[in-house]
Write a new protein. Structure first.
Length: 137
């Protein structure tokens, strides 16, 4: 029922949550090769439909070097469904090249992989363990 001024009254228990997202999500990538021919592809920021193509390119470039690749996604703050396709493409590319591919992700990355049933499809480990870095360093 409308009030006298033509406004629909809201119930006191009604809550509206507004989430502000940047208009241009940021994706940061770096790549390095360490002494034992392990490539480390570090990804940070948001992975969504806008950034997934750049994310996939970074992964494929790193795997394309050859050897083992560690994808360090511990600085990822948002992992949308579009990122899953990029990870699958990188895994398949690594398999065709007979290269090892390991993933270290933030909670949002590992949780999405768990929810969609793909966590067991990836070698998910702490990158510090993969790279032989002692705990606490």
């Amino acid at each position: 029922m409308l009030t006298a001024n033509g406004v629909l009254p809201m119930r006191p228990e009604t809550q509206v949550m507004v989430m502000n997202r940047p208009t241009n999500p940021v994706l940061m990538t770096t790549s390095a090769t360490i002494a034992d021919h392990t490539n480390v592809c570090t990804i940070g920021g948001e992975i969504d439909a806008l950034t997934a193509p750049a994310f996939q390119k970074a992964l494929l470039d790193s795997v394309g070097i050859g050897g083992s690749t560690v994808i360090d996604m511990t600085a990822v703050t948002f992992f949308g469904i579009a990122g899953i396709g990029a990870l699958i493409a990188a895994r398949d590319f690594a398999d065709r090249r007979h290269c090892a591919l390991c993933l270290d992700g933030s909670y949002c990355v590992t949780r999405v992989l768990e929810v969609v049933g793909l966590a067991s499809e990836f070698d998910v480990r702490r990158s510090s363990v993969l790279l032989g870095i002692p705990p606490g360093e």
